[in-house]
Design a protein around this ligand. Structure first.
Ligand SMILES: [Zn+2]
Length: 178
């Protein structure tokens, strides 16, 4: 089991459009374990493969849930996710990102989405996500297209945040300036 290094703002891999997953089974299972490890280390609830330097369309989600007073984690892995339906209603949520340490941004997204995806064995599945799960799924899917939450900022706010982003980028050994 290996904790993988989280790539942060400025790393070019975060801006690439990721390639489809074509290999399922044990390799993807191992990647899931490694990514969950990295995600827990960073206290996140979701992680996309580009955030650990792999430009493939794969993501993991570990969402805290409570049912009948029992706390647990809802674990979800998605290969090649695709939004097939989304609500017209918009929900606004403050989002953070392991690749953007100490930055929180209000993001508007469809309140619910229906997503087609494949599991670790390559089986086709559909998920209808709402609430927090809808937010996490859409946030992680953005990573697969090279989109970061800072892209949702109005131009003026992005300018104001520029020095903070530059600091993150400069601390990152694998970054090129963005
Ligand atoms: Zn993120």
């Amino acid at each position: 089991m290996a904790e993988m290094q989280i790539r942060v703002y400025g790393d070019p891999v975060l801006r690439k459009v990721a390639e489809p997953v074509t290999e399922f089974g044990p390799k993807l299972e191992q990647l899931t374990v490694d990514m969950l490890q990295s995600m827990k280390g960073g206290d996140g609830i979701g992680l996309a493969a580009p955030q650990v330097g792999l430009s493939i369309r794969f993501l993991v989600i570990g969402l805290p849930v409570e049912e009948d007073g029992i706390e647990g984690i809802r674990l979800l892995t998605m290969a090649n996710p695709m939004i097939v339906e989304e609500s017209e209603e918009i929900a606004t949520c403050e989002e953070g990102c392991l690749s953007l340490p100490d930055i929180n941004i209000m993001v508007d997204r469809p309140e619910w989405v229906t997503v087609d995806y494949q599991d670790l064995q390559g089986n086709n599945l559909t998920l209808k996500a709402d609430g927090m799960l809808a937010v996490v799924v859409q946030h992680e899917m953005d990573h697969l297209d090279g989109v970061l939450i800072t892209d949702y900022l109005p131009a003026l706010k992005r300018t104001m945040m520029r020095s903070k982003l530059r600091r993150i980028s400069e601390q990152n050994p694998t970054s090129t300036q963005e």
